[in-house]
Design a protein around this ligand. Structure first.
Ligand code: SAH
Length: 358
């Protein structure tokens, strides 16, 4: 299927697959950016469409996301460790089985792809938007000796992220708090690297999401987003095919995701926000081996035990055992089903991971 490629995007390689990695620089003060919330010209109209694809920012969605991560993060950590994102694999090569290393590699490949400097030009103040339990933030702080702030909707994640960070002796440089990425608690122009690893798919308003990322980025700073996207639409299409949409809807309902957009949509938003040197790339082929491993891990007795334990951890009420068992059954089921759907989506719908660097 043909893709509608953004011709003006610098260093952007067009392909029939969606483009998952995209980058650019913010070079001018925010006041000079022409940011349109409603989209009054043709580009703006396209971006308004992106924003209107999802439901309005809703407390209900945020509560669902917070609850989902409050209850599942400790299980994930037990089985997978501190990173809650895809691993990066060499396509066509036999899997070595070290999926945690593949997750760290994902961060390294993203930084290398984006050309984030490690010399005196290296980032000094970083924000991790949708930080999970802080795996990326600590990695970035160690690599660049940087100050890092992380935000998540999940109070359990923020607490756990701060605890691990203190234990690791990074407490003076790295900290986490509960906050909404669409209303960030940071001043304008604060960070020279804005990092979002697989959280953008949760954002119900991609325009507002991007505006906030740009607002907190310092002039000349970079923005790097890795997120899930569906394939680019052809010029003749106004939506995905029915069967594609149905598949994605199943993933959305299990993982508290609003509607997906394409990498092309993100590129258009970046252009609208006058970001420079924008590029995107499809990394589906590098991440797809991850899902079979997730499916296998859900069958692991340790994962099951962890699910039960996490139910106890959430509150000390003995009745939570029943709730925990119930949640455990549901979570395990939804996670397994979702993994299968995602795997299918990755190979058949060309849903992919987008990385956006600005
Ligand atoms: N980036 C982390 C975690 C990815 S999981 C990692 O790679 O390990 C998705 C994260 O996005 C969760 O921490 C979730 O709380 C966060 N998130 C989702 N919607 C958010 C929002 N509106 N504001 C802040 N964080 C959000």
């Amino acid at each position: 299927m043909a893709s509608s490629c953004p011709g003006a995007a610098t260093a952007h390689s067009c392909s029939s697959r969606p483009t998952p990695w995209l980058w650019g620089f913010r070079s001018m003060p925010l006041s000079q950016h022409k940011i349109s919330a409603s989209g009054s010209d043709s580009t703006g109209a396209a971006m308004a469409a992106v924003a209107s694809k999802g439901p309005p920012v809703s407390e209900e969605l945020n509560r669902g996301i917070a609850r989902f991560y409050d209850s599942s993060s400790s299980v994930w950590e037990d089985v997978w460790g501190e990173h809650m994102h895809h691993g990066f694999y060499d396509p066509g090569k036999p899997l070595k089985g070290d999926h945690r290393a593949a997750q760290v590699r994902m961060i390294q490949e993203a930084l290398a792809w984006a050309g984030i400097p490690a010399d005196e030009e290296k980032p000094k103040k970083i924000v991790d938007v949708g930080c999970g339990i802080g795996g990326s933030a600590r990695h970035l702080s160690r690599k660049y000796s940087a100050m890092v702030r992380g935000i998540t909707l999940s109070p359990v994640q923020a607490q756990r992220a701060n605890d691990i960070t203190a234990e690791a002796g990074l407490g003076e440089k790295v900290s986490f708090q509960v906050a909404d990425a669409l209303i960030q608690p940071f001043p304008d122009n604060e960070f020279d690297l804005v990092w979002s690893m697989e959280s953008g798919e949760h954002m119900p308003d991609k325009r507002k999401f991007m505006q906030e990322l740009v607002r907190v980025a310092a002039p000349g700073g970079r923005l790097l987003i890795v997120t899930w996207c569906h394939r680019d639409l052809s010029p003749e299409e106004s939506s995905l095919r029915k069967e594609e949409q149905e598949l994605l809807d199943k993933i959305c309902s299990a993982y508290y995701l609003p509607a997906w957009c394409s990498a092309f949509d993100y590129v258009e938003l970046a252009k609208e926000l006058q970001l420079e040197d924008v590029r995107a790339e499809d990394w589906s082929v590098y991440v797809s081996p991850f899902w079979p491993a997730v499916i296998a891990s859900a069958l692991n007795p340790k994962a099951l035990f962890g699910l039960l334990r996490s139910a106890f951890r959430l509150d000390n009420n003995p009745r939570s055992l029943c709730n925990g068992l119930y949640d455990t059954r549901l979570q395990k089921r939804s996670h397994q089903i979702c993994s299968h759907y995602w795997k299918k989506a990755c190979s058949e719908v060309n849903s992919s991971v987008l990385l956006l660097l600005i």
